[in-house]
Design a protein around this ligand. Sequence first.
Ligand code: 13P
Ligand code: SF4
Length: 306
Amino acid sequence: MEMLTDKEMVTRICELRKELNAVILTHNYQLGEVQDIADFVGDSLELSIKASKTTADVIVFCGVKFMAETAYMLSPEKTVLLPSLASGCPMADMAEAEDLKKMKKEHPDALVVTYVNSSAEVKALSDICVTSANAVKVVASLPEDRKLIFVPDKNLGAYVARETGREMILWPGYCPTHMRITVAQLEQRKREYPDAVVIVHPEARLDVIDLADEALSTGGMIKFAKSTTAKQIITGTELGMIYRLSKENPEKQFIALSEQAICPMMKMHRLDNVLAAMEHKQHSIVVPEEIRRDAVKPIEKMLQFS
Ligand code: 13P
Ligand code: SF4
């Protein structure tokens, strides 16, 4: 196969974007080369909203699989392409539909609140979805006399429970990438940069969140970075976040809280497989209609909050 330079690949991707009437939606953790060719870069909530409103025929989704599934479920008439099929989310894989069915049987009157980082099958068994950008607001709105089950992120769940004062039954899932961020690393960074503010993602452990100035979704981090007067920001989330933060705020310094916080699944899409996805219309993400029908309801309920 003929080898193209990056510049040639970018040119071809731009041509195909017009030919296919495609839009490239890219998550904040993606490689810089994939952020730079995107029509829109955002957090999982912002990407869902874009997917639900776009007039494009094809959505090239540069994120992990559950995000592409969400885009498809909101716009089933569109073609949703995931350049690398390997880009799953290990936390989403920690909740199986069969196990959630069992938990629901044990707590028949509980409402199921499901983080979007979950499979379509798990969403189909849920009452409402949340993302890290709206979880506190959504949970605070739920009837106080109902028990709540929170799936699958125990860290986000613990944070939301504390912020809302709502007791919740927490699924034992977690994000392996955010679990690598520790209190010891945070304390070390604070010693190195005593004037810096600390922002962390709420997928981090609660003891890490407690020592941070803000717990924010990746989209929240982008907004915070623009508005803060701080010149140094210790950033506790996946390392890819530093690329966009630095690009949009060249006068500020973003320091990774943990150099170990890398999500390999978010690094699977590159210029070459984005181009291949557009040339060969691969890999088309589809959710069977009998699952989509139920799974889209909690997502749509969540979007009413946005
Ligand atoms: P955001 O919704 O904050 O972008 O987070 C998605 C995610 O997968 C974080 O690990
Ligand atoms: Fe999943 Fe964590 Fe990767 Fe986000 S960073 S996609 S939650 S494994």
